[in-house]
Ligand binder design. Structure first.
Ligand code: OSB
Ligand code: MG
Length: 368
């Protein structure tokens, strides 16, 4: 495991603050001559979720890695059961589980997306645009992303950066596919305010209320014409089932880290598909490793809406994979048929970006 530090090309601001640099925990797993890579998407602070990089690290060294080291694991999904005893810490678990899927795909000489059960050979891309210093800056950003071909624009919003911003955007672009993400910035007192969002013909409003809430989202969804989409509130397939049953949203954002790994992400996808709820793949400002995993996940059939999976160059001067993730002028990422993710991990560059490293090994060979 290692921490790499990567400066963002442009700061990213949400309702809980602005960041300039990513601190990313990367995992590589080794066994029987195979190697797989995984990314822990936990943030620099416990703001998006209770997990953050400094909680993930000791959770992995004290609990998660010891539960896997020296075990016979032949498939990625087997990790979930071995880690189930440890509550929560889903982003830390996902880093490990996904590294095993990554290794499994390489071993089987199969594309990771096929191993996951994907069916799409290209995925539609959207962008998430953070809160800016001025309306002018935001309009300029949107202009550039539309010119690059992106098929959906998502704007971060908060109570002081919402209706007037949307008025400006809609008066300039009446017909683009537009959505907003509040990262839990609103409360029940603001139902009347949130009702104003209905006039902007939004594809969805993402996570307007508390990170751990379904009940009040259901109440809000009954009051609005616009579809709600849940991000933070969905940590497992059971949450998705409850959200669908109670009408808490009509769309779900799946982040493989937030739900604890590929196996749970597939379960969330399947629950939604069975219930006719479309999903899309969320992003967490990932390096190329997490990004390539998001691409693989996005090939599953019910990922029918453009995700927050976009080109490496929107985030990094230099990404840790080769080639970097590129988006076509039509706004699609072409999925590779190469074995594994289809992107080579640049271990030399990762080594240069590493600020902290720890190696964990099985204490005894179980075969001995
Ligand atoms: O809520 O989707 C979110 C980034 C960090 C934390 C939470 C979120 C986001 C994004 C960025 O919206 C998505 C991306 O471009 O990776
Ligand atoms: Mg979100």
């Amino acid at each position: 495991m290692r921490e790499v530090q990567m400066p963002l090309v442009q700061f990213f601001e949400t309702s809980f603050g602005r960041i300039y640099n990513r601190r990313i925990l990367l995992i590589s797993v080794e066994g029987e001559g195979l190697r797989g890579w995984g990314e822990c998407v936990a943030g620099e602070d416990p703001f998006y979720s209770s997990e953050w990089i400094e909680s993930a690290w000791p959770t992995i060294t004290h609990y998660l890695a010891p539960a896997l080291l020296g075990k016979n694991v032949s498939q990625g999904w087997e990790a979930a059961a071995l880690l189930a005893k440890i509550r929560g810490h889903r982003m830390a678990k996902a880093a490990l589980e996904n590294a095993l899927w990554d290794a499994e795909a390489r071993e089987k000489q199969q594309p990771l997306w096929k191993l996951l059960g994907g069916t799409r050979c290209e995925i539609p891309c959207g962008v998430s645009i953070g809160i800016q210093d001025s309306h002018e800056q935001l309009l300029e950003k949107i202009t550039n992303e539309l010119a690059a071909g992106y098929r959906r624009i998502k704007l971060k919003v908060k109570p002081s950066w919402d209706v007037s911003v949307l008025e400006k955007v809609r008066s300039k672009w009446a017909n683009i596919t537009l959505s907003v993400d509040a990262n839990s910035a609103y409360t029940l007192d603001e139902f009347e305010h949130l009702r104003k969002f209905d006039q902007f013909n939004l594809l969805m409003i993402e996570q307007p209320l508390w990170n751990d809430d379904l009940y009040y989202h259901a109440r809000l969804q009954r009051e609005l014409r616009t579809s709600l989409c849940l991000d933070e509130s969905i940590e497992q397939a059971r949450d998705a089932a409850c959200a669908v049953e109670t009408g808490a949203c009509r769309i779900i954002n799946i982040k493989v880290g937030r739900v604890g790994g590929f196996s749970e992400a597939k379960k969330v996808h399947n629950v939604c598909q069975k219930n006719g709820v479309p999903v899309w793949c969320g992003g967490m400002l990932e390096s190329g490793i997490g990004r390539s995993h998001n691409i693989a996940l996005s090939t599953l059939e019910n990922f029918s809406l453009p995700g927050d999976v976009s080109a490496s160059k929107r985030y990094w001067k230099e990404d840790v994979i080769d080639p970097e993730v590129e988006v076509s002028p039509e706004g699609f990422i072409k999925v590779s048929n190469e074995p594994g993710t289809g992107y080579r991990v640049r271990e030399d560059l990762i080594e240069k970006l590493t600020v902290k490293k720890e190696e964990l090994r099985a204490t005894a060979d179980p075969a001995c």
